[in-house]
Design a binder for this molecule. Structure first.
Ligand SMILES: Cc1cc2nc3c(=O)[nH]c(=O)nc-3n(C[C@H](O)[C@H](O)[C@H](O)COP(=O)(O)O)c2cc1C
Length: 310
């Protein structure tokens, strides 16, 4: 029987917050490690919701790695202090985010064409031997070869692993993943390597594993939002029946809804829009009619009526 790879749930800003992660682990499961969406320093301060999201008392999953993003070592140090204060000993550094507001200041994948800046930024890693660091990155910002310029400096750092999403930043999420580019990086990279990008089925996981047998894991984002059972289906090598899927989705929805209802004090509009995000990628599970009714609901009564269609 082929080796079963660990599954990592990708960080997805606006989707995989603590409430979602807890509910996913409690209902579907199958994920070995969850990541928080990135925490950043903005005008010298943190956003309250980002602090709340990493607060240990709000997190119930077995293994959670907080992620940070920044373009200067001082910023990284400040975020790192927050993570250390909260008790974390593993930290992921984002060098993959493609959003122009961040990349234009060389955050995320915007730093990839600048090896000297990467080296300066990642100098923080050597100052904290007590922390186990990982990096999540793309092949480059403009060109897939940028990562090859960085690989020797990455190899020289004591990283726990690298997660590679084989697109360039300029592509955002468009176009295809570049498996040739991934192969070139994999060959040069001496750290444990995790594959990330466009995994939507158990067959996709197996295809990537066969193509890259030395992988240390698979990270899945949107594929798990579309099918929250994907990790457990891979681990247990069987698909959920329609009935099991329906039950688990209802259970997960109940947990998420109840927690957001307690949390959100700003009126039902905010609650409805948060719940719409929960369903956004779930059309394949619930069908177009129910999905559209949820999507169109403008208040709680309409939302609940749409949920009644499920
Ligand atoms: C809405 C959205 C938010 C994201 N937020 C983050 C983030 O906070 N940190 C990060 O490293 N990647 C983030 N990503 C990238 C994903 O983690 C992942 O690398 C990407 O979606 C490709 O994997 P997938 O095809 O399995 O979704 C985000 C992607 C999307 C679509």
């Amino acid at each position: 029987m082929p080796e079963v790879l660990p599954i990592y749930f990708a960080p997805l800003q606006g989707y995989t917050e603590a409430i979602y992660r807890n509910a996913h682990a409690a209902t579907f499961g199958g994920v070995d490690t969850y990541y928080t969406p990135f925490v950043r320093l903005e005008k010298g301060t943190f956003r309250n919701r980002e602090i709340r999201d990493i607060e240990p008392e709000n997190n119930e999953v077995k293994h959670l790695i907080p992620q940070l993003i920044g373009n200067e070592p001082e910023k990284l140090e400040a975020i790192l202090s927050l993570f250390i204060e909260k008790g974390y000993r593993e930290v992921d550094i984002n060098m993959g985010c493609p959003f122009p507001v961040l990349t234009k200041r060389h955050n995320g994948s915007g730093i990839l064409p600048f090896p000297e800046e990467v080296e300066k930024l990642l100098g923080v890693i050597q100052k904290h031997p007590e922390i186990s660091f990982s990096v999540k990155m793309r092949l480059g910002w403009e060109q897939a070869e940028e990562c090859l310029e960085l690989v020797s400096l990455l190899n020289a750092l004591p990283l726990n692993h690298i997660t590679m999403h084989p697109r360039i930043g300029k592509q955002q999420y468009k176009g295809n993943v570049d498996l040739e580019g991934f192969a070139a990086f994999a060959e040069a990279c001496q750290h444990p390597l995790i594959y990330n990008g466009d995994i939507k089925s158990v067959e996709d996981i197996e295809y990537i594993h066969t193509r890259f047998p030395s992988l240390s894991g698979i990270m899945i984002g949107r594929g798990l939002l579309m099918n929250p059972a994907l990790a457990i289906e891979y681990k247990e090598r069987k698909s959920l029946s329609n009935e099991e899927m329906r039950e688990k989705l209802h259970a997960m929805h109940k947990l998420v809804f109840t927690r957001y209802e307690e949390r959100i004090q700003g009126g039902e509009g905010q609650l409805v829009s948060k719940m719409k995000a929960f369903w956004e990628y779930l059309e394949p599970q619930i069908g177009h009619k129910a999905w559209k009714a949820i999507h169109k609901s403008t208040n709680l009564a309409k939302y609940n009526a749409a949920i009644g269609l499920l």
